[in-house]
Design a binder for this molecule. Structure first.
Ligand code: MLT
Length: 260
């Protein structure tokens, strides 16, 4: 366990890339990117967002605002002034909040499997039900119910190691922390009107078969962010970076090299 408030993997040197995981995952989901980026001239920092992995929650709701401020505090501790902020799904909400709060600290933005609009009332209700279910029963049920949405059929059939890694990540999440993150997502802002103000270069990534945050969500962000590029990854659903790490890494590297 790191002595920092936020647990991290920090490898390599050069332009820093902050890797922000989704829900209910932890920094282990970025293992392939940390290895790849740190051997290709970049500093890769994968952080456990509050309440997940080894970073503790501080209350019953972990907001995207608090998580974004945690990332800024972590960058201060690591003496990183500006970084590329890369988030998947919930990590993407945190990245959008971060660029809103600290745009001068962003040299590039990577938004994977995420979306700009806030939840509607029905979605908020489902999140609250899920938070209560997690607190009562743990994460077992969530893991089994969500795996077929998180991973494409080809991944489920042909990449048993990825299936095991994703399942284990979900199962080791702390129920209190996961419920707090779920409630934090329910109260997140609508980022849609922020998009036109994003000046930093952006890479938007989506899995062709993602039922959770489908291609249309990514196309919307691509239309609204002026300096953005859209990458649609085939044979992947929600966990693009784990399902198709070579394609994801190639696309990331192409984007990062243009920022140097
Ligand atoms: C995630 O993967 O982070 C979640 O699916 C995001 C969400 O529930 O909106």
């Amino acid at each position: 366990m790191s002595e920092r408030k936020t647990a991290v993997d920090d490898a390599g040197s050069g332009l820093a890339v902050m890797l922000l995981h989704g829900y209910p995952f932890d920094r282990a989901m970025w293992r392939a990117q940390v290895a790849f980026l740190s051997t290709n001239g970049f500093r890769a920092i994968a952080a456990d967002l509050r309440g997940l992995g080894e970073t503790k929650a501080t209350g019953p709701v972990s907001t995207m605002d608090e998580m974004a401020r945690d990332v800024a505090a972590l960058m201060d501790e690591l003496e990183i002034d500006r970084a590329v902020i890369c988030g998947l799904s919930m990590g993407g909400y945190v990245a959008l909040e971060f660029v809103h709060l600290f745009h001068t600290r962003v040299s590039g933005l990577v938004l994977a499997g995420t979306r700009a609009p806030a939840d509607n009332e029905q979605e908020k209700l489902v999140r609250e039900q899920q938070a209560q279910r997690i607190l009562a029963e743990g994460l077992n049920g969530i893991a089994e119910a969500t795996l077929p949405k998180l991973l494409a059929p080809k991944t489920l059939a042909e990449k048993p190691d990825v299936v095991v890694q994703v399942r284990q990540m979900i199962l080791r999440s702390d129920p209190n922390g996961a419920a707090a993150a779920q409630r934090g997502m329910a109260v997140r802002r609508d980022y849609s009107s922020d998009l036109a103000h994003i000046a930093s270069p952006a890479l938007i990534i989506v899995g062709r078969e993602d039922p959770i945050r489908p291609v249309a969500d990514a196309e919307f962000m691509h239309r609204m962010i002026a300096n953005s590029r859209l990458e649609i990854i085939e044979d992947a659903a929600h966990m693009t970076n784990m399902e198709q790490p070579e394609v994801f890494n190639r696309s990331l590297l192409r984007f990062l090299e243009k920022l140097l």
